[in-house]
Design a binder for this molecule. Structure first.
Ligand code: ADP
Ligand code: MG
Length: 474
């Protein structure tokens, strides 16, 4: 161990690191399936933290650490950084005294004392565990789903599927940006089917979970068992399919399961953050399978739909809002439905902290304090002017067709802002950009959204531009 590292036993750093790690593990326990959590996350322990923020985390074997790094590495880095209040890089390392053959090492490995003995015993127990029955979120029912212009088709597809499996639209493929109700619809289908038959063999998997299970099955040579489970499915709900981008093996396996179930007339429903043609798929065949049934997108809801959603959510939260109050809020809150929900929660907390009842005054104060959006619609001209000034690029070049990298970036940022600040349809945005195809608008938006997740500078720049276009109200 070099002198720039702290050993875990003796420094205050180690106590801090252990505590932070404890929090990270706690958070992970809520997002990772129990069996995987016990197998892969629980045995991990932080070993060192260096002055430059490099943290070494040790796991019982290379398979374990590779798995964690592959699926949760980045997330862990971010979470641990948040907990420690500093940027960290995480390195995963297998315990040095590990016994080799990786296949066996997975579960039999020396798990720390904190893992109950039952969990630490032979591989077979874990792998042979029957799949936990999926319990859909009881709130995510069709009755709680507000239908508007923006989601009509997706909703119609989902209800048709739920009323008669495998008959009308197979597969049903729903796509939208996040927060617009895809997962809600998947659960609503499941709720409906299970209400009629609690024993119905339906499977709900996120594509990420599918990949995790598949790879673990490969590793433990239980692939036949995995496939058998897959084959017994009567309805397959796949969430966030975009995750399989670039994962060729997983795609092959999905293709395999898909074909099998499809040929038996079993219903398949797929959700995605982009249309089939924008998924990075290895095989054209898989894409054409996805497009073979109904492909439905969900757009940002308009003001009326938003206020209906606010009313419905408020009611489920036990809050009493008048339609007028809901309208008042929906006019001021931009963004997806998740944002609306967040705002309601905030409103409720503010009310209880201040000991106020939620009335017109309270809502108007709340709006002033928290909701910075102006009422009047932002125009494309305003946006490109400000973006152009920031990137030092003339407005007509942003609106032109040049493919030079800095110009393309400025164009994409403008598209991003226009969409975020106005919620306009892709078609309308394309029209404003010189009658361009709406898919190229979506592509530009997506590019910026993805890049923002990775690059802090861009995130700050876009936030700054957003504020500049639509200044916070005093
Ligand atoms: P996605 O899967 O598209 O990211 P979710 O299904 O997780 O979105 O939806 C985010 C939140 O918004 C959930 O709480 C969901 O219930 C709610 N929501 C989205 N659309 C609607 C709608 N049309 N009516 C009622 N609630 C909605
Ligand atoms: Mg979702």
């Amino acid at each position: 161990m070099t002198s720039s590292q702290y050993s875990l036993e003796d420094s205050p750093e180690s106590i801090k690191l252990n505590k932070a790690w404890g929090h990270v593990v706690e958070q992970l326990s809520t997002v990772i399936k129990a069996a995987w959590f016990a197998r892969f996350i629980k045995p991990l322990k932080p070993v060192t933290i260096a002055e430059n923020g490099k943290v070494v985390i040790q796991g019982p074997g290379k398979f374990c650490t590779d798995w964690v790094e592959n699926f949760y590495g980045k997330r862990i880095e971010v979470m641990l950084g948040d907990e420690l209040g500093q940027e960290v890089t995480v390195e995963f390392a297998a315990e040095p005294n590990e016994k080799k053959p990786a296949n066996k090492a997975i579960v039999t490995v020396a798990a720390p004392e904190s893992v109950p003995a039952a969990k630490a015993s032979p591989t077979v127990t874990v792998v042979n565990e029957p799949k936990e029955r999926f319990k859909p979120d009881p709130e995510y029912r069709f009755e709680n789903f507000v239908v508007g212009q923006s989601n009509r088709l997706a909703h119609a597809g989902a209800t048709a599927v739920a009323s008669q499996l495998g008959v009308k639209y197979n597969p049903l493929f729903i796509y939208s940006q996040p927060g617009l109700g895809k997962t809600h619809l998947l659960h609503a289908i499941a709720n409906e089917i299970l209400r009629r038959n609690p024993e119905f063999p339906l499977v709900y998997t996120s594509a990420q979970e599918f990949a995790e299970e598949y790879i673990a099955a490969l590793q433990t040579q239980r692939i036949d068992y995995f496939r058998k489970q897959q084959k017994a499915t009567g309805l397959w709900l796949i969430d966030d399919i975009q995750f399989i981008a670039g994962k060729d093996k997983t795609q092959e396996e999905i293709f395999y399961s898909f074909n099998h179930l499809y040929s038996l007339g079993k219903q398949i429903v797929i959700c995605s953050d982009r249309p089939p043609k924008d998924l990075y798929l290895m095989e054209e065949r898989l894409r054409s399978r996805f497009e073979a049934g109904l492909v439905a997108d969900i757009q940002l809801p308009d003001t009326e739909t938003r206020s209906a959603i606010i009313l419905k959510k408020a009611a489920t939260m036990g809050m009493h809002l008048s339609p007028l109050q809901a309208m008042h809020l929906s006019e001021r809150i931009n963004g997806d439905v998740r944002v609306l929900k967040g705002m309601l929660a905030k409103l409720e907390v503010t009310a209880s902290l201040d000991g106020r009842t939620i009335d017109d005054d309270m809502i108007s104060d709340f709006a002033k304090e928290h909701l910075h959006e102006n009422l009047e619609k932002v125009s494309l001209e305003q946006i490109v002017q400000i973006v152009g000034r920031h990137y030092k690029i003339p407005v007509d070049e942003i609106l032109g067709t040049s493919r030079k990298a800095p110009i393309v970036t400025a164009r994409h940022v403008s598209i991003y802002l226009l969409r975020e600040l106005t919620g306009d349809s892709w078609k309308h945005i394309g029209a404003q950009f010189g009658d361009r195809d709406h898919t190229s608008m979506m592509h530009g938006y997506q590019k910026i959204a993805e890049q923002m997740q990775k690059e802090k500078d861009l995130r700050n720049a876009v936030q700054g531009l957003k504020d500049a276009v639509r200044p916070a109200k005093p």
